[in-house]
Design a binder for this molecule. Structure first.
Ligand SMILES: Cc1ncc(COP(=O)(O)O)c(C=O)c1O
Length: 383
């Protein structure tokens, strides 16, 4: 089956008792056992350890990315935390992309360092730098590609090869492209991690996360952490995320087409000094984008003449674009990473990796691109 069929049908079946075509929201804490000897006969005991609605979504996500399992979590950060807990011992070392979501940086540097875990934030677009950063105690490589917010790409094949040779698990944060555009397990990664809050949900309705795993032993480790820490996805969130997932490809195609049109408009505008979108020929890693993904996604960023002050003024003047955190939803959102999503990263570190004060991040939604461009045009006219 092809992706667009799988996103609708995989993991779910009409409800056997009623025929309901949608998986019911199994809002139940516990599951009645037929007898002590037939414990677990129907597969569920208690909703922290497994819930039929959540399981249906997990099965769908595993099928879409070719994984053996896809434990779902309360948020994307809970999913990343589960990977850390599953693979990092006290005193271990992890290699992480130097450009990544601010929460990943915060979790590493303020929580896990308390338990003696060491981190190297490395330019993972440079595979040799990844190799050089590996230490005898390296137990995890976590890359994010395209990275939030600069869109720097990591060559997933190259880093996965290095990781495999050393026996180190490689997890890729695939939130920006999803398996619809980027099949990271096929490219050699061991795990794909998602904030399902973004494109899978797609409607600004939920927060959630998932880890899709290629290896059964790794999957058991992550499942163990999911149950032990209780950072599970709720049935209601799983149900909403499942409905969103059924239209993932359609939304992503339209949103990415909007992003391309907007990037071209911005590139031609004389008040714009820089625009980055992997679909533009001017994007430094355009060829890598084409070679490891089947689409460019719907995220882009730009800087205007006049730097940070002008960038902020522009964002204040937008009328249709909404100033908000989050990305991937049907509503187009503009974000100022330095004050919003990446505030947890120290200013020097942000400057080092190119998260400048003037960077305006756009998450292109599903509106008509002509209206989105007209709004940007009027706001650019005011600075
Ligand atoms: C790339 C990426 N990974 C992980 C996360 C964390 O996800 P959540 O907000 O669902 O915890 C985010 C959130 O913005 C993100 O952009």
């Amino acid at each position: 089956m092809h992706f667009r069929t799988k996103q609708i049908h995989d993991g779910v079946e009409p409800d056997p008792t009623t025929g309901a075509i949608l998986t019911p929201i199994h809002q139940s804490t516990t599951f009645v056992q037929p007898s002590v000897d037939r414990y677990m006969e129907k597969g569920f005991t208690y909703s922290r350890s497994g819930n039929p609605t959540v399981r249906a979504l997990e099965n769908k996500l595993a099928a879409l990315e070719g994984g053996v399992d896809a434990p779902a979590f309360s948020t994307g950060m809970a999913a990343i935390n589960a990977i850390f807990m599953a693979f990092l011992d006290a005193g271990a070392h992890a290699v992480i992309s130097d450009v990544a979501y601010g929460g990943t940086y915060r979790l590493s540097t303020t929580v896990y360092t308390r338990f003696g875990v060491e981190f190297s934030f490395v330019d993972t677009s440079d595979s040799e730098a990844v190799e050089a950063a590996i230490r005898p105690n390296t137990q995890l490589i976590l890359t994010e590609t395209p990275a939030n917010p600069t869109l720097k790409l990591t060559d997933v094949r190259a880093v996965s090869d290095i990781a495999r040779q050393r026996g180190i698990p490689h997890a890729v944060d695939n939130t920006f492209l999803t398996p619809y555009y980027q099949q990271v397990l096929e490219l050699g990664a061991d795990m794909s991690v998602h904030s399902t809050t973004k494109y899978f949900d797609g409607h600004n309705a939920t927060v959630g996360g998932a880890v899709v795993l290629a290896d059964q032993e790794h999957a058991e480790r992550v499942r163990f952490i999911q149950n032990s820490t209780g950072t599970i996805m709720s049935p209601m969130v799983a149900w909403l995320t499942m409905q969103g997932t059924k239209t993932l490809s359609v939304r992503m195609d339209h949103q990415s087409a909007n992003a391309m049109a907007i990037a071209e408009f911005l590139e031609a505008h004389d008040k714009v000094v820089k625009v980055a979108y992997p679909g533009l020929a001017s994007f430094p890693q355009h060829d890598l984008a084409k070679s490891q993904a089947s689409g460019f996604g719907a995220m882009l960023w730009f800087e205007v003449q006049g730097g940070a002050a002008a960038g902020k003024a522009l964002m204040e003047s937008l009328e249709l674009w909404t100033l908000a955190e989050n990305l991937g939803s049907v509503e187009s959102l503009a974000t100022h990473p330095v004050t919003m999503t990446h505030a947890a990263i120290p200013a020097e570190e942000r400057a080092r990796v190119g998260i400048t004060d003037g960077l305006v991040r756009l998450s292109c939604g599903l509106e008509d691109s002509r209206d989105l461009i007209a709004d940007l045009n009027q706001a650019l006219g005011k600075i």
